[in-house]
Design a binder for this molecule. Structure first.
Ligand code: HEM
Length: 175
């Protein structure tokens, strides 16, 4: 077999209808992949602006409205008199979440005793908890301190709120 014959058969094969059809399919698929990548990049919504930090002492009644049903969706709860912003854990505490009963509530007793229910009292004095339950509440508090921002203290009836600067991380504002 001569060289020219070989080349001709290779060329014939390359331009055979089946191969041309395969090349067309490959070109089409590559085009689609590039197009979908481009669309994903242009359609991605900009991330929502971060929620401003809340730094405030609240009464039980004031805490109540932060159950995630307000337009801003903020969720707070209290443990051992410390209020945490648990908005980041909205899938747990938000409306319809498994722990929504703690949202906007003093969760100390529930967490300590293993009941998913927030306190309905004006102020829950948890001094009647057993040592074991208090230990459990402390463990939960430590976990929340690790994971969430502190908003302030849960005020007992008659207590006055502390004053916090607008943004404590900006020292220049504190004179
Ligand atoms: C059958 C019993 C339970 C199961 C299987 C269970 C399971 C879970 C799971 C899988 C998570 C998610 C963990 C993560 O993704 O970080 C979680 C979170 C949580 N659980 Fe339970 N749980 C149970 C009982 C309880 C009880 C009795 C309480 C308290 C009374 C409780 C309080 C919580 C809380 C507060 C969180 C969210 C913690 C956070 O904000 O990071 N759970 N649970």
């Amino acid at each position: 077999m001569s060289e020219t014959e070989n080349t001709a058969s290779f060329w014939d094969e390359l331009t055979s209808p089946i191969n041309l059809a395969l090349v067309a399919v490959i070109v089409y698929l590559v085009y689609k992949i590039i197009q979908s990548k481009f669309e994903r990049e242009t359609e991605a919504a900009p991330p929502p602006p971060p929620m401003p930090k809340l730094r405030k002492d609240l009464t039980v009644a004031e805490l109540k409205k932060y159950d995630g049903t307000q337009p801003d969706g903020r969720v707070l709860l209290a443990v051992n008199g410390v209020i945490f912003d648990v908005t980041r854990g909205k899938r747990f505490y938000g409306p319809g979440g498994p722990y929504a009963a703690f949202a906007g509530k003093d969760a100390t007793r529930g967490l300590a005793t293993g009941q998913v229910s927030g306190s309905e009292q004006e102020y829950d004095d948890v001094s009647d908890l057993t040592q074991e339950e208090q230990y459990s509440a402390n463990e939960w508090e430590a976990q929340f301190r690790e994971k969430y921002d502190i908003v302030g203290r849960l005020l007992k009836p008659g207590e006055t709120p502390s004053k916090y600067s607008d943004d404590e991380s900006e020292d220049k504002k504190e004179k």
